[in-house]
Design a protein around this ligand. Structure first.
Ligand SMILES: Nc1nc2c(c(=O)[nH]1)N[C@H]1C(S)=C(S)[C@@H](COP(=O)(O)OP(=O)(O)OC[C@H]3O[C@@H](n4cnc5c(=O)[nH]c(N)nc54)[C@H](O)[C@@H]3O)O[C@H]1N2
Ligand SMILES: Nc1nc2c(c(=O)[nH]1)N[C@H]1C(S)=C(S)[C@@H](COP(=O)(O)OP(=O)(O)OC[C@H]3O[C@@H](n4cnc5c(=O)[nH]c(N)nc54)[C@H](O)[C@@H]3O)O[C@H]1N2
Ligand code: SF4
Ligand SMILES: [Mo]
Length: 731
């Protein structure tokens, strides 16, 4: 049975169509090699190192083959999934009986993009318990995108096609590596190359000459954290020089005059001094963007982490709206639906909507539910803070709080205090090591997959998704390892719900809370008749524009025909894109009033920590695979070579990186792509707090440098996770 089977890599949201080489392993289908699929019309043979390591990820010796339960002595011992489901049901019931439903919280992490049923059944499970404490990694990622969309509104014609653009602005995104921000993720390096060949002007704002910035026509290698100042100055140039789209603004934008007034302090000289880039460069970037005919501006995680995440995203939206940088009436829609329901994109605004201050209230920092979801940065406090409503049980679906949440020390204290910590994982993550139950899961190639999630991402404002009516479905192509007892996340929760006597109803959700393109499909999952994952996917796709059966006819994926043009504005539509949201303008005023020179001058902590991603790892996943870590399982601290020399240190030295809040060990590595005075470290590494001396095996946890309750966003609770003042000293 040696076969080459087309399937989908679901490690990241790009969802590349790949070929899996499957061999017979004593009656089990085992994946031995993954390569690009030249017959896939969207990806045309493209993969990345992580996708090619799928066989190792599925078969490595550290993979969990059985679920585990923490024993009395603290060690973990195996438990069957059937038994674990019964025990967990009883424990949850006891906790709810004693403390109420709010004491149970759920956290959903990044790998869920590969499992369309997991998060929706998870959400349904929590609602069945009557808890609203549902958190995701979104509020420690780019929550400003959804918050800003609520404040600004959204253009329902969508964004222009990168492949026809003559200018593009990327603020703190490195899509060549991340495949997840700002430009389409299907072989982004090739897409950029083609763009540059046709004369695309790429504008990048990044303190680092990243793989993407290296290709830029204009690279503003600014100080981190000053993106909103640069955007404000660019907007001011565009307004002062009357370069904006007068007709678009007159018919679709509200608040123009107030915005002009609020931008007054942000002169070129001010922005140039504050962000430390030449004024002429900011001016040129503004002119190039405004004068292009097909363009858009988008961002990634860098600016999101360095404070004012909502304001930065909001000003990006203002830039797009003043320039009318959208797909307009009669033009071809960039992201038509295939596995999502058919819809009519219109040349009109979706009016702003309430984006925060509603739903479940947190007990700390005045935080509430938001358009981006519940503030995850405050969940550790919700666990630690005693009193009514205290969280006592946490269920993690494919997430790793110990690696990813801000303030690792506090996170560990919180996780250790829980009455019940359950995590679904495929290996013994740092979080799993603290868990009462570690539920061992099937991996992507052992479950069916479909491209719908990668299509759905367009609603999150990340500028990615498929630029065509592309769809692919893959059945299960590998079997779980011999002698294993693995489940899918949704199935385990279904079994727990059944023990508790709760019927689950889950909603297939297309769009976002305030804007749903197709009627919500609410589907009961009968307790008497357990569906299969395939049944659930069929139901999720019940209203797909291209029926699932038809998608299945094309195992290598297919671009379905059917041009979709932006329809005219509905008669009577008065919705406008708001460029003068009071909260945002108040933040702009606050920024203008800051003593920025004092804030930038932190002599005790002379460096600034900034985040960046590593090509070979997907957050904390992949670190244990020699093929991916190349024998170096730690994450170095990248510093400019001149700074290393000035510190009297050398590459390879072990150093102490300290913020005002905490400190971590790290290994120095020279990187001359950085601005001077910065230290960049990839996130999601590290073991437990007490394991710093194992840094060469486990890496350094950047979350430790972050304080959650000092500098934080008042809406999403996201703390300063970048542009953190730090010092570097020999260990
Ligand atoms: N300091 C700092 N903090 C950050 C960031 C940063 O840049 N710097 N980035 C933030 C961002 S953008 C994000 S999205 C979050 C990420 O936050 P998380 O999503 O919580 O972190 P991951 O490391 O992606 O956690 C994934 C976990 O799922 C497990 N896993 C892998 N594959 C599977 C699978 O197939 N099934 C199951 N059940 N589990 C699986 C992995 O072993 C790992 O334990 O972190 C945020 N935190
Ligand atoms: N290979 C790989 N791919 C991934 C991931 C991974 O871990 N590895 N993680 C996935 C996840 S969860 C996400 S959210 C996406 C993220 O995707 P991206 O946002 O593209 O992530 P990064 O590659 O870290 O790029 C962030 C850039 O911001 C810059 N930067 C840092 N601080 C600032 C600042 O204050 N202002 C500006 N303008 N720039 C700044 C950094 O130098 C860096 O080049 O990637 C996804 N894809
Ligand atoms: S880009 Fe993402 S989906 Fe594509 S092969 Fe790499 S990890 Fe997999
Ligand atoms: Mo992320």
């Amino acid at each position: 049975m040696n076969e080459v089977v087309p399937t989908i890599c679901r490690l990241c949201i790009a969802h590349c169509g790949v070929l899996a080489h499957v061999e017979d392993d004593h009656g089990r289908r085992k994946v031995t090699k993954v390569t690009g699929d030249p017959d896939n019309p969207m990806f045309k043979g493209y993969t990345c190192p992580k996708g090619r390591a799928l066989p190792e990820l599925h078969n490595h010796s550290g993979r969990l083959l059985h679920s585990l339960k923490r024993q009395a002595g603290g060690q973990h011992g195996p438990i069957s999934n059937a038994k674990a489901a019964g025990e967990v049901a009883a424990k949850l019931q006891a906790i709810i009986d004693q403390y109420g439903p709010r004491s149970v919280a759920m956290y959903v992490g990044t790998p869920n993009v590969g499992y369309p049923a997991a998060a929706s059944v998870g959400n349904s499970f929590l609602r069945a318990l009557d808890s609203r404490m549902f958190f995701t990694s979104n509020t420690i990622d780019q929550p400003g995108k959804q918050v800003a969309m609520a404040a600004h509104g959204k253009w329902l014609g969508g964004e222009p096609d990168f492949e026809h653009a003559d200018a593009w602005l990327l603020m703190g995104a490195n899509p060549i590596i991340s495949k997840s921000a700002g430009i389409p993720g299907q072989n982004p390096a090739q897409k950029l190359k083609e763009g540059l060949a046709r004369g695309l002007q790429l504008i990048v704002i990044d303190p680092r000459k990243s793989d993407t910035a290296r290709k830029a026509s204009i690279h503003l290698q600014a100080r981190p954290g000053e993106d909103h100042v640069l955007l404000a100055a660019m907007l001011k140039v565009i307004i002062d020089e009357a370069l904006y789209d007068h007709e678009f603004v007159a018919s679709n934008v509200a608040g123009f005059e107030e915005l002009c007034e609020a931008l007054a302090p942000f002169t070129l000289a001010y922005a140039a001094d504050r962000a430390d880039v030449p004024a002429a460069q900011i001016e040129e970037a503004a002119r190039v963007f405004a004068n292009a005919t097909c363009r858009h501006a988008n961002s990634g995680t860098g600016p999101s982490f360095s404070m004012y995440c909502n304001l930065k995203e909001y000003l990006l939206m203002c830039l797009n709206s003043l320039c009318g940088a959208y797909t307009r009436e009669g033009e071809q829609v960039t992201r038509p639906n295939a596995m999502l329901p058919a819809y009519t994109p219109r040349a009109q605004a979706l009016a702003p909507f309430k984006g925060w201050g509603y739903g479940e209230q947190l007990r700390v920092r005045g935080l509430t539910d938001t358009a981006a979801g519940m503030p995850t940065a405050a969940l550790a406090d919700e666990i630690l803070l005693e009193g009514e409503g205290q969280v006592r049980a946490l269920l993690c679906i494919g997430g790793n709080p110990m690696a990813a949440w801000p303030d690792q020390r506090k996170t560990q204290r919180a996780l250790q205090q829980l009455d019940l910590l359950l995590t679904f994982d495929v290996e013994m993550s740092a979080t799993a090591r603290l868990a009462d139950y570690v539920i061992a899961c099937k991996q992507t190639l052992e479950t069916p997959g479909m491209s719908q999630s990668a299509e759905n991402i367009k609603y999150f404002g990340t500028g990615i998704g498929f630029q065509a009516a592309y769809a692919q479905y893959s059945g299960r192509i590998a079997d779980p390892p011999h002698d294993s007892d693995l489940v899918e996340e949704w199935e385990f929760l279904y079994d727990v719900a059944k023990h508790m006597g709760h019927e689950l109803t889950f909603a297939a959700f297309f769009g976002f809370a305030q804007y749903v393109e197709a009627p919500l499909e609410v589907m009961p999952l009968s307790l008497d008749d357990k569906p299969s994952t395939e049944d659930i996917y069929e139901r999720i796709c019940a209203n797909s524009r291209i029926p699932l059966e038809e998608v299945k006819q094309y195992p290598h994926g297919h671009i379905f025909p059917g041009e979709l043009k932006v329809a005219p504005k509905e008669s009577g539509c008065e919705a406008r894109l708001d460029v003068a949201n009071p909260f945002m303008l108040q933040q702009l005023e606050e920024v203008a009033g800051q003593d920025y020179r004092a804030e930038q001058h932190t002599p005790d902590y002379p460096f600034r920590y900034i985040p960046r991603r590593h090509n070979n790892f997907m957050n904390s996943a992949g670190r244990s695979i020699p093929r991916l870590n190349g024998g170096q399982p730690w994450n170095p601290a990248w510093v400019h070579p001149a700074d290393i020399a000035e510190l009297g240190l050398q590459e390879g030295d072990m150093v102490r990186i300290a913020s005002e809040h905490d400190a971590i060990p790290a290994v120095l590595e020279a990187d001359d792509t950085l601005r001077r005075g910065l230290v960049a470290i990839a996130h999601a590494f590290g073991g437990l707090v007490e394991e710093d001396d194992r840094y060469q095996e486990l890496g350094s946890n950047t979350g430790r440098l972050i304080q959650t309750d000092k500098d934080y966003d008042p809406i999403t609770g996201m703390p300063r996770m970048g542009n953190i003042p730090v010092s570097i000293t020999a260990w």
